[in-house]
Ligand binder design. Sequence first.
Ligand code: SF4
Length: 480
Amino acid sequence: MIAADFKPDLEGWRQEARKFLEAGIEPSKILWSKESGSLSLFGSTDPDMKVLSAPGGRFQVPAEFLEWAQLISSAADADRWDLLYRILFRLKYERKDLLKFSVDPDIARAELLMKTLRRDIHKMHAFVRFKKTDVDGREHYVAWHKPEHPILKLGAPFFARRFGDRTWSIFTPDESAHWDLGEIKYGPGMPQHEFQAEDAFDGVWQTYYASIFNPARVKIKAMKAEMSPQYWSSMPETALIPELVRNAPARLQEMAKNQNRQAEPPAGASLTELRAAAQSCSACPIVHRAQNLVFGEGPESARLMIVGEQPGDREDQEGRPFVGPAGEVLDECLRAAGIDRADVYVTSAVKHFKWRESETGSKIRIHQKASGSEMHACKPWLEAEIARVKPALIVALGATAGTALLGRLPKVKEERGRLFESALAPAILLSWHPAAILRSFSEDERRERLEDLKMDLAQAQNFLSQNENPKAPDSCLPQS
Ligand code: SF4
């Protein structure tokens, strides 16, 4: 039996393993660590030791194995070095494609270990909480975290990428990482009771956590599995969990109430009064991030109403419907169909702009689709506009407007250009939303959709000129 003599890190193991491998020493004859074997032998030879002769040709370690070794070498398990050498040995002397055999006990063990390690790294990324401190008059951020395995070197580069513009240190019980704006340096660890820092960040995390906490998803067992209590002590927001859980039923009721909320337009109001009333609508949360209400505009005498989905970025800034790029497409199609926009009442199914931040950090506000409950909340405004304008025909642009007007999710590609009967107006015609034209997959698709919209608007114009009825009869209008 040979006792391996190496620095217990990947490089140390590699050098030692290379020697054994070249000498053809079988894995069972090597003791990599005292804990992983029952023997504690430090002699250099064993009478039973079996030495294999290497197969012909040069042995090249597969690149995939090097990745495995990097991960597995960070495990806390005492048998990690034995496992790695066993696999390496078998790759050379048994089969080159061994790594593909997940049913092999060594490969299965390695894959399980790697899964655990990846999960541990993921938890480090998710649960590390920095606190602001002052070091020599300079701002410095510090955190303490206890991973299951010593994976700090694998986990720390993520923080250098994400928080590369400030200096920070992460301490674990075994080692520490320190970012100085140029490189990560590693040092000794620190027990939690020695870790002292100011609490400037705790309040921020608590506020953030409370704002994202969703009582509908409270599953204590799952929370414990995902966020093991071992991490709780270093996470300020976990102090809130008992109270949040206690209040969950009341918050759930509140959420359910809000889900069914609807705008309440004043009965019998004029378009101007409706618009004024909608200014103070807060029936759904979209309003909190929008700059302006974008109510419909156009003459009350309009026989044609065009309904879009919701305002976009430009519409939100200007407080007017269809003034951005999608509006330009609509104008082009209206002109092609011989329709004067000044004669049309143009509005949308949802009156505020719903958006999210860009993942790239750019300032562009990314459009987000309104949810079913948000559309439901906003629908009374659309119905009130329809009841006031009494259009002879409504053109619904896109699936969202189609859903609001038809009461089901239509298939725009298949159903566009058709006239539908409705309780809201004598007829509803479905077509492409101009934004869908702009987002077309290819130039051919864009051209095709553009032609479709022009054709559908021409059909709308044709419908209006053939239809004697100047306005919708009261019998087919929603009660406002
Ligand atoms: S989107 Fe509609 S329901 Fe929601 S706040 Fe705005 S006007 Fe009210």
